[in-house]
Design a protein around this ligand. Structure first.
Ligand SMILES: [Zn+2]
Length: 249
C-alpha cells in the first residue's frame, strides 16, 4: 500500500529521467530534503509538466513508497517567474538551489531554511538588492541557521565585546570569527570596516522578513563578499557547480 502525504516545499533540483519522467528534489518543511519521481512530467500534455520544474514552490502531494516518493499533484504558489527575466537572475536562483541541495539533509529540517530560501528567491525576483549581496546574505544566514554562525560580537582572542566601537576589526575564518584591532598584531585575516561588521551582524540576526531589505556601498559589499567566501571555504569546503556561471551574463 502507498501512503499519500502532503508537504510544503520548493523544488531545488529537477532532472530528466528516461524518456518522459523527471526526478525532483524538494526541500520541505516536514521532511527536509526528499527526492521523488514525477512520472510523465516531460510529456507536453502531462499534468506534472509545470509543477515539476526547478523553483516551483507550494504544496506537493506525494505517494510514499517503500524507498521512494512519487509526485501525484501539486498546488504551486509561485514559480518565481520574474527571476527568469534575465539570465543572471536564473543562474543566481540555480546557485541558491544548489547550495541548499548540497547543504540540506534528508529527513532533517533545521527550522527556518525553507522560509530563508523563499525570501532569498523573492529578493532575486524583486531585483532591488545586488544579486551578489542576496547570495552572500543567503549563504551566511543559511550557515547560521544550520549552527555554523561565525563569532561576530566579541573578539575570538580577548573576548572583548562592543567591537562596533572599533575603527576596524579583522575576520579570521580559521579561528572562527572576528579579532579586535588591539589583539591582532600580525594583521592576519581579512580587515573589515565598522559598516561591514554591522552588516554581517545584521545578516545573522535580522528577522527573515527584513533580511533582504537592505543595501550597502560597493566597498562594504566587497568586504562582506570576502568574509563569507572565506567562511564557506573553511566551513563548507566545496564549490557549487553553478558558481562559475554567476555574473557571466
Ligand atoms: Zn581582542
Amino acid at each position: 500500500m502507498y501512503n499519500k502525504i502532503k508537504v510544503m516545499g520548493m523544488i531545488i533540483a529537477s532532472m530528466p529521467v528516461g524518456e518522459y519522467d523527471r526526478r525532483i528534489t524538494i526541500l520541505t518543511t516536514e521532511r527536509g530534503k526528499i527526492s521523488a519521481f514525477a512520472r510523465g512530467a516531460r510529456r507536453p500534455t502531462g499534468a506534472l509538466l509545470a509543477c515539476s520544474q526547478q523553483f516551483a514552490f507550494g504544496e506537493f502531494y506525494l505517494y510514499e513508497g517503500r524507498d521512494s516518493y512519487n509526485l501525484e499533484s501539486a498546488d504551486v504558489k509561485t514559480y518565481f517567474g520574474d527571476i527568469r527575466n534575465d539570465m543572471n537572475g536564473i543562474y543566481y536562483g540555480m546557485y541558491i538551489c544548489e547550495f541548499a541541495l548540497y547543504m540540506s539533509r534528508e529527513n532533517v529540517q533545521p527550522g527556518q531554511i525553507l522560509n530563508l530560501l523563499y525570501v532569498a528567491m523573492r529578493a532575486l525576483e524583486k531585483g532591488q538588492m545586488p544579486k551578489k549581496l542576496v547570495r552572500r546574505t543567503f549563504e551566511l544566514r543559511y550557515l547560521t541557521e544550520d549552527g555554523e554562525m561565525p563569532e561576530l560580537y566579541s573578539c575570538m582572542n580577548c573576548h572583548r565585546e562592543g567591537l562596533l566601537e572599533d575603527e576596524a576589526t579583522r575576520f579570521d575564518a580559521e579561528k572562527g570569527g572576528v579579532i579586535c584591532d588591539s589583539c591582532n598584531l600580525k594583521n592576519i585575516g581579512i580587515r573589515i570596516s565598522r559598516s561591514a561588521l554591522y552588516t554581517l551582524q545584521y545578516i545573522v540576526s535580522s528577522p527573515l522578513e527584513k533580511l533582504f531589505g537592505f543595501t550597502v556601498s560597493d566597498s562594504v559589499l566587497e568586504e562582506v563578499d570576502r568574509v563569507v567566501d572565506a567562511w564557506i571555504k573553511v566551513r563548507v569546503g566545496h564549490s557549487m557547480k553553478t558558481e562559475e556561471m554567476l555574473d557571466v551574463f
